[in-house]
Design a protein around this ligand. Structure first.
Ligand SMILES: [Ca+2]
Length: 318
């Protein structure tokens, strides 16, 4: 991909003798004939092309323009917004997820059948899983202690840039409310994990190769949570939707819910003995578990080393 600075260089290039570079191509400009015609040669991928200076300018202008067009078509940049936490200067970054219709579910997964269209309003979604640093601000404001680490992790310390874990669904929901947001619905989570309107239909959130986007049992260092945002983001710019920690969703889990789900902004069943939905898998599970479509559930009171959350906000009314 041509960087902007390269375009500027090309635009301001004085065509004389010399060599310049664009992406992986090398242009050797050699004045062939000292005449009014100003012929030049270009060595491009071992092919020498001679042309008039006037033609050369047209070629260079077209060459410089194409990357901008392809950039606009293939690399959209969803916007981010920041909101400060109530009691501190610490902020949470949210990606603006435009509403739309997508196909939810997976016909090969027993509790993710059938494939069904879902239409969602737009929302803001936390770019990262909520970190320990951010959660500490909440605990301090509420006068609450950190939960105990009861796992056999070699390193028993809390690392600020890792996702918060050992929190129940209620605690996660309370944090979201305090921060001015809420937990995502299961449909919002899946829509965002699939890249929203920019989806490239990956199997994992941002790639077909889990190692590129997800911390899982085969690549998580020290067999524990990892700092957020270190792997490749998905099409929306969201990190760690697949892997690192499971993420609590607002819905109760319904094994057959997809068979009866309303099309617009589904909220999940009214209740369930199987607990709340959590999605995306964690560092503890094998890579295949972090497939976007797979569903999971847990009792809302459960606190474990592999379940965290991220915050969603409704788009402010104008
Ligand atoms: Ca995750």
């Amino acid at each position: 991909m041509l960087k902007k600075i390269d375009c500027i260089n090309i635009a301001s290039l004085s065509i004389t003798k010399g060599t310049f570079y664009r992406s992986k191509c090398v242009f050797n400009l050699t004045e062939l004939k000292n005449s009014t015609c100003f012929y030049f040669s270009i060595d491009f991928q071992n092919t020498q092309i001679g042309m008039k200076k006037s033609v050369l300018w047209v070629v260079l202008a077209a060459w410089a323009t194409v990357p901008f067009l392809s950039y606009a078509q293939t690399d959209p940049k969803p916007k981010s917004v920041f909101y400060k936490l109530p009691s501190d200067t610490t902020r949470i970054e949210y990606v603006v997820v435009e509403g739309g219709t997508f196909t939810m579910g997976d016909s090969t997964v027993s509790d993710a059948k059938p494939l069904h269209p879902v239409t969602l309003n737009g929302f803001y979604m936390g770019k990262y899983e909520v970190t320990i640093k951010q959660y500490k601000v909440f605990l301090k404001a509420k006068g609450l202690p950190m939960p105990p680490i009861y796992d056999q992790w070699k390193d028993q310390n809390w690392h600020d840039n890792e996702p918060m874990v050992y929190i129940s669904w209620d605690e996660a929901a309370e944090f979201c409310k305090w921060a001015g947001g809420r937990l995502p619905t299961e449909a919002e989570w899946e829509y965002a994990a699939r890249g929203g309107k920019y989806s490239k239909n990956y199997r994992y959130s941002g790639s077909n190769r889990p190692d590129e986007v997800a911390w899982h049992s085969d690549n998580a260092k020290d067999q524990r949570t990892q700092a957020v945002g270190k792997l490749k983001p998905n099409e929306l710019g969201l990190y760690d939707m697949s892997g690192n920690v499971w993420e609590w969703c607002s819905d109760w889990y319904g094994r057959k819910y997809y068979q009866v789900s309303p099309r617009e902004n589904p909220q999940g069943p009214d209740s369930s003995p199987m607990g709340k939905v959590r999605r995306g898998s964690s560092w503890f599970f094998p890579p295949t578990r972090s497939r976007i479509a797979l569903r999971e559930h847990y009792a809302p009171s459960t606190r474990v080393y592999g379940t965290g959350f991220r915050v969603v906000r409704d788009v402010p009314k104008e």
